[in-house]
Design a protein around this ligand. Structure first.
Ligand code: AMP
Length: 378
């Protein structure tokens, strides 16, 4: 069977690595000749906005999926006319626009930070006044890893935030914004689940994530100190999203844990960086469960193998040579074959141990070794 993937980055590459043992073949569509998924399948280079080779890409595909949420909707629509596209168009449409996404959360009764839309300096001023200080202004579309965001602490910050976030937008077509209450969270969590064409649903242990400069740095799984009630709420909210969207594939929801409960920040209709630990430490990786889900195959168990504790360290920008990282005890090294560049995710290291204490010690020692050999630049 052949799986098509829109996008050819590291997530596509890891999907292929997970699918090869199941006898699957992969075809990727990406504008870049250097797209690293091309190392693990056939790469068709094409312009996402004006594809010339769409028929060749779709010919004979059993199912098509996407590995990033900013696939142009028009392209996704044209693919869906040619072969099954899973997840479908609605999860893409919702996750491409922070306002539509948070509106969906609200419709489903999933708590979010207070939010208001804005599309002019005047409406931004009003929205900020309604949400209160401090608040975060984000572009509704095309923001990722903290890009396209500004924190507003007082009224004088509003004009500069407006100008800053309009950089690159045409004067007659201002970038639409969303203003969100600034959340004083105690920690960031994410929940990852897979739902199959049959409706079968599995949910991974919660992830606890740390970010710096808006980019994910580390993940711990299962997240420490989680009450049964917190897990129940996380499961309920992702299940309601999966069911309301008749979702097929892996879905991730990023959460803020606060003294007043969980707030949903955003969703990603795809495999997620905070689930990379599942490759080495879960009984079924998020990548394989995504493939099983979109093919309608039985989903696999999601718990940490042997009841243990896992961690993931993102390698950002430069990193020590692979051979050097392999000398780190217990490190499972994943290097994506990308050209290192400041702020670019170039690989990750997975760790696991029988107890949380041993896992934390491993994480600490590994971070020191990785940081000593290079600059983990933001
Ligand atoms: P995002 O692109 O929405 O995932 O935001 C990137 C990071 O910025 C998040 O992981 C948080 O660390 C931080 N952040 C985003 N939104 C808020 C908010 N409303 N309040 C506080 N921090 C936020």
């Amino acid at each position: 069977m052949t799986i098509g993937v829109l996008g050819g980055g590291q997530l596509g590459r890891m999907l292929a690595i997970a699918g090869l043992p199941l006898g699957l073949k992969f075809r990727f569509l990406d504008p870049s000749r250097d797209a690293v998924a091309g190392h693990a399948g056939k790469l068709i280079c094409d312009d996402f906005n004006d594809p010339k080779h769409l028929d060749a890409f779709c010919a004979g595909l059993d199912v098509c999926t996407y590995e990033f949420e900013n696939v142009p909707l028009d392209l996704a629509r044209r693919v869906a006319e040619r072969c099954p596209l899973r997840p479908g168009l609605e999860p893409l449409r919702r996750s491409q626009d922070r306002l539509l996404e948070k509106t969906l959360f609200t419709e489903l009764g999933i708590p979010t930070p207070a939010f208001r839309p804005a599309d002019s300096l005047a409406s931004l001023t009003q929205a900020v006044a309604a949400v209160g200080y401090p608040c975060v202004v984000k572009t509704r579309r095309l923001g990722y890893d903290g890009k396209g965001q500004a924190v507003i602490r007082r009224p004088e910050d509003v004009p500069a935030a407006w100008t800053d976030l309009q950089r690159g937008a045409a004067a007659d077509q201002p970038a639409a914004l969303i203003v969100e209450a600034f959340v004083h969270f105690t920690r960031e969590l994410s929940v990852i689940a897979a739902r199959s064409t049959t409706g079968q649903t599995v949910i991974y242990p919660l992830n606890q994530n740390t970010h710096a400069g808006g980019i994910l740095r580390t993940t711990l799984a299962p997240a420490p100190n989680t009450s049964a009630e917190l897990i129940r709420r996380a499961h309920a909210l992702i299940t309601s999203l999966l069911d309301s969207l008749a979702y097929v594939g892996v879905l991730t929801v990023e959460l803020f844990d606060t003294p007043d409960g969980l707030l949903a920040n955003e969703m990603a209709p795809r495999v997620h960086n905070s689930g990379h630990w599942t490759i080495d430490a879960a009984r079924t990786s998020q990548f394989q469960n995504h493939l099983r889900a979109i093919l309608g195959w039985p989903l696999g168990p999601t718990d940490v193998s042997g009841g243990g504790h896992a961690a993931m360290i993102n390698l950002i920008g430069a990193a020590p040579p692979v051979a050097e990282m392999l000398a780190i005890p217990h490190a499972a090294v994943h290097w994506y074959g990308k050209q290192p560049r400041a702020g670019r995710k170039t690989g990750h290291i997975n760790l696991s141990a029988a107890t949380a204490q041993d896992r934390d010690a491993l994480l600490h020692a590994t971070l020191q070794r990785v940081n000593a050999g290079t600059v983990m630049n933001a």
